[in-house]
Design a protein around this ligand. Structure first.
Ligand SMILES: *Cc1c(COP(=O)(O)O)cnc(C)c1O
Length: 356
């Protein structure tokens, strides 16, 4: 089996070996040292400004999305929510549930997000923050980070980024992009088992959050920050995944995060070139290096049939698209343990299935 999905993704053997071992005890200095090292390397990987803190939550990425909203914002705030697909829509639902005032910017499926779309949706609104999934994974759409960052600076509002599926695929810097908080999750570009979500919060939003009351016991930043000072978590963390994380971050630190991103970019570009050669296509909007939505034009093949045969006959798993798009496209992930040779394996399998 080989995963060409966006999460969980194909893992590296070093972290799989850790996953095969006895889970060690964690209320001791040895584990504290592991956590503290992870925090330090993670902050470095996202170029966090000084005074930033890392928070490790034992939940999937959505838990960190909800935790961020309830720890950083309340009824006195007004959030701009970019809704261009199912992950953006999730932020909207979280705001609705927790009664956080918000304005939605809808992004049409075939278009890039523009400043004009935001200005139009936010006419007469005084926002305090903007929250975005920088790569809307359900569409493969990468938003313009510079435009969003400039907008937030101009308005003097908090800039919150869910970077879960874009981390290690597209460049990001909290300092340069003026990001106040970044959300990450173990099962995407980090290529670890699911179960660990990470939040890196910059000094400005950290101060705001510490002054707020949070109506959640498990997801409260304050208890995590307090325990985090000594490298611990308030509750039993995903110990095994944190050990995998330390190993992965140390490998990344040696390779250089920018080199890893460049490698993912090369793989994505190579795959897209080969997709065109097969007579297939991909969207015109800006794409993340993390994945390619593969479009099957009229008269080529049924995307859902190809998806099924890739799995049953070759053991290659790609992400099917939902609803009416299912027979017209599927999505191929480039994050995790992948190479140009893997692209060739997948493309050749698609070629054989399509009878070319
Ligand atoms: C995968 C993903 C998440 C998290 O999803 P979970 O299933 O909760 O881990 C959040 N945002 C984006 C953009 C994602 O791609």
């Amino acid at each position: 089996m080989k995963l060409f999905t966006v999460g969980p993704v194909e893992m590296f053997k070093e972290q799989m070996e850790i996953g095969g071992k006895q889970v060690p005890y964690f209320r001791n200095q040895a584990f504290s040292d592991v956590v503290l090292r992870c925090m330090e390397l993670l902050k470095k990987a996202v170029d966090a400004p000084s005074g930033s803190e890392a928070i490790f939550l034992t939940c999937s990425g959505t838990g960190a999305m909800e935790s961020t909203i309830i720890n950083c914002f309340n009824e006195n705030d007004h959030l701009i929510v970019i809704d261009g697909g199912s992950f953006g829509h999730r932020f909207l639902e979280i705001c609705q549930l927790h009664k956080i005032p918000h304005t939605v910017v809808n992004v049409p499926d075939d278009q890039d997000l523009t400043r004009e779309m935001i200005d139009k949706a936010c006419e007469g609104v005084t926002p305090t923050g903007l929250i975005v999934n920088i790569h809307e994974t359900s569409k493969g759409k990468l938003y313009d980070k510079k435009m969003l960052s400039d907008y937030c600076k101009e308005k003097g509002i908090y800039f919150v980024v869910d970077d879960i599926s874009s981390f290690l695929a597209d460049p990001i810097s909290m300092k340069e992009d003026g990001i106040d908080l970044i959300i990450l999750s173990s099962q995407k570009g980090l290529a670890l088992a699911p179960g660990l979500a990470m939040i890196i919060v910059g000094p400005k939003l950290l101060a705001k959050s510490l002054a707020m009351e949070t109506k959640s016991f498990y997801l409260d930043f304050k208890s995590h920050l307090k325990n985090g000072e000594r490298g611990q978590t308030p509750f039993t963390p995903s110990v095994r995944v944190i050990h995998e994380l330390k190993n992965r971050l140390e490998m990344l630190d040696i390779m250089g995060v920018n080199n890893v991103i460049r490698n993912t970019e090369e793989i994505a570009k190579d795959f897209r070139k080969k997709v065109k050669e097969l007579g297939l296509d991909y969207p015109k909007f800006a794409l993340s290096n993390a994945e390619t939505p593969v479009i099957f034009p009229e008269g080529t093949a049924d995307a859902y049939e190809v998806f099924k045969k890739l799995d049953s006959e070759y053991g290659f798993v790609v992400n099917p698209s939902g609803g009416e798009l299912a027979s017209k496209q599927f999505r191929v992930g480039h994050i995790g343990n992948h190479s140009i040779e893997d692209n060739d394996l997948l493309i050749n399998a698609m070629k054989e299935i399509m009878g070319k």
